[in-house]
Design a protein around this ligand. Structure first.
Ligand SMILES: [Zn+2]
Length: 456
């Protein structure tokens, strides 16, 4: 892949070549992927100048059809607009209508240098939403392995190939978590051939050219191994987990990951419905995951409780999944059934569980409601989110009575409070049993009595 010299415009102000020359030159050197001479917006551009760069890049993109002579080269249509998201959207929409094979997002280098990946999230997703989804997206200037997982999760497919050498020239040692200076390393945290054969001290003693060559080799190794890890994570359905791992390697990536919450509904529309793996939830960050958003949307837009279900019985989640097959739930059901007899058919048993919210018994085995692991104790955001889902579920359904068995140690009364509020609002009967150990015999007996009283 060749670049067009556009970045030099940004750095040096101008380059003395015409855009046709750049097209011809790339054809002559037989490149596989070529880039038109775009006009980078830069980061400190006024809106007026940004609009100019969008228009000028677009008009050069249109000229390409007249100037190119070969059909066997893939051309990159750059998207400009910088920090002005409306211009990025406009640029992407128009560029996407032209016959390019690949697109690229221009000018994020300054914000990457300042580690403002949270801003980058908005830029990339604005471009992605407006470009044809089947065309790969290249991220100009992005060549550091510590942000590859984030960029891939946002939909980027190609990265900058010069970063490893530029970093080496500045004696910077890349890792998948960030950058170290060769001068400050005592040990190499890497097992690539370069790091295996040398230690930082001996490398520092080498002549400059040799040292930088070795650093470049290491930087390239670490970049490729991160790309391989990401590809493997995608195959295993573990890209989100991999991204969370990287986010805890550097605050700037975590900041960007938190920003994904704003875009979670869009990410849901682009994510596969099933995977052949379960999900890992580490903290409330996972609440933005497409699977959590999908369950929320589908439960409220597509789901109706069984017709005969007049009463809602809410049970806490168990370690074992599916919940309704756990020893605890089977035991609870047996005790309730003994009290209710035939009336049990009017009861709808649902589980309230972090992070998905309400799981109706009959959906217990639908992916991923029982194919996940979550770390306890839950953080405040996770508790609040789950409570909100329970309250919305009650608000959106028409039970005539609700009873809740609450695990007080886990939920601190939060589920009870929101259920009560939602039931009062709808004028629905409500009772709760909040105990430290909801699964012991006494608690279940007491709970069954409460369930029976609901029928009176
Ligand atoms: Zn290495």
């Amino acid at each position: 892949m060749t670049d067009s010299g556009a970045y030099q415009i940004l750095v040096y102000g101008n380059v003395e070549v015409a855009s046709e020359e750049i097209v011809r030159y790339q054809e002559e050197i037989n490149t596989d992927i070529a880039t038109i001479l775009d006009v980078p917006t830069g980061w400190i551009a006024s809106k007026q100048h940004a609009q100019y760069t969008v228009n000028e890049t677009l008009s050069r993109a249109k000229e390409l059809a007249k100037t190119k002579t070969r059909e066997d080269i893939m051309w990159v249509g750059p998207v400009q607009g910088g920090q002005y998201l409306d211009l990025v959207a406009q640029s992407a929409k128009k560029m996407g209508k032209l016959p390019f094979q690949i697109h690229a997002l221009g000018s994020p280098t300054p914000i990457m240098e300042q580690y403002r990946f949270d801003i980058l999230v908005d830029m990339i997703l604005t471009a992605k939403k407006n470009l044809p989804p089947e065309r790969p997206l290249h991220l100009f200037g992005a060549g550091h392995p510590f942000m590859f997982a984030l960029a891939v999760a946002l939909g980027c497919d190609l990265f900058d190939s010069a970063a490893y050498a530029i970093y080496a020239r500045e004696e910077r040692y890349m890792t998948e978590h960030g950058t170290s200076r060769l001068g400050e390393l005592e040990y190499f945290p890497c097992s690539c051939p370069v790091c295996n054969r040398n230690d930082p001290q001996s490398m520092r003693a080498l002549p400059k050219v040799e040292r930088q060559k070795m650093l470049a080799q290491h930087n390239l190794h670490v970049s490729f191994s991160e790309l391989r890890r990401i590809k493997q994570a995608i195959i295993k359905g573990r890209l989100w987990e991999h991204l969370e791992l990287r986010a805890h390697g550097h605050p700037s990536i975590l900041q960007a990951l938190k920003k994904l919450k704003k875009h979670s509904e869009y990410l849901e529309t682009q994510s596969p419905v099933t995977k052949n793996r379960g999900l890992f939830f580490f903290s409330s960050i996972g609440l933005s995951r497409p699977e959590v958003v999908r369950h929320r949307k589908r439960l409220f837009e597509r789901y109706l409780p069984p017709k005969e279900a007049k009463y809602l019985v809410l049970l806490p989640q168990t370690q074992m999944k599916p919940f309704h097959k756990s020893r605890e739930h089977r035991r609870a059901l047996k005790i309730i059934q003994q009290r209710l007899g035939d009336k049990i058919s009017e009861v709808h048993i649902c589980t309230y569980a972090a992070p998905f919210g309400v799981t109706p018994q009959e959906l217990g085995e639908v992916y991923p409601l029982s194919q996940y692991e979550i770390a306890t104790p839950f953080d405040t955001e996770t508790i609040e989110y789950t409570a909100k889902q329970v309250s919305t579920y009650i608000a959106n359904t028409n039970y005539i009575g609700v009873v809740l068995l609450e695990d007080f140690e886990v939920w601190k009364g939060k589920i009870g409070r929101v259920c009560k509020k939602a039931c009062v609002k709808k004028n629905v009967y409500f009772k709760a049993l909040s105990v430290e150990n909801p699964w012991n015999k006494n608690a279940l007996d007491d709970f069954a009595i409460i369930v029976e009283k609901m029928f009176l």
